[in-house]
Design a protein. Structure first.
Length: 162
């Protein structure tokens, strides 16, 4: 990300980059940048110091693996629809968004999973919306009997003109 922002081109040593980033965390510069981003998006920067002030759903349920194996597919669309069904998104402009609800994914492609192990936690307020969310979550995961390669962190680098 530093390179994409034009700040990391001179660094070829990953350790040097790590030290720079860690120093920004230690000296508070990273927290100050996060505050600016939250304010810029119209949010309350107080949650950075006290995350307990964030909205929290009343209920949670965990979607578990039906079999053991390796996670072959995690379908992002199905997971986003699971969150949408809870009220985490809008169908049309002006619809309210419930900031307390959502989903928390615990696995990624290539991970070993055990039968009954957690795949996804659904954070919900309205029990009547849980079944639709769970239906999407249930079809989001494909477990294989043989190991799968994890997905790459990056597929390609796009360089623009400077």
């Amino acid at each position: 990300m530093l390179q994409l922002a034009g700040r990391g081109l001179r660094w070829t040593d990953e350790q040097e980059v790590r030290e720079l980033l860690e120093s920004k965390i230690a000296d508070g510069a990273a927290r100050a940048a996060l505050r600016r981003m939250v304010v810029g998006q119209g949010g309350d920067p107080g949650v950075i110091d006290d995350p307990s002030t964030l909205a929290a759903a009343k209920n949670r349920t965990v979607v578990t693996a039906q079999s053991a194996g390796w996670m072959q597919q995690v379908d992002a669309l199905s997971i986003s629809m699971a969150a949408f069904e809870l009220g985490a998104g809008r169908e049309k402009k002006g619809d309210p968004i419930n900031m307390a609800v959502g989903v928390e994914c615990h696995v990624k492609v290539g991970d070993r999973v055990e039968q009954g192990g957690p795949l996804l936690t659904i954070h919900y307020d309205d029990a009547d919306k849980l079944a639709a969310s769970q239906s999407w979550a249930d079809r989001a995961f494909v477990i294989a009997e043989t190991p799968c390669e994890p997905l790459p962190l990056f597929y390609d680098v796009i360089r623009g003109a400077r």
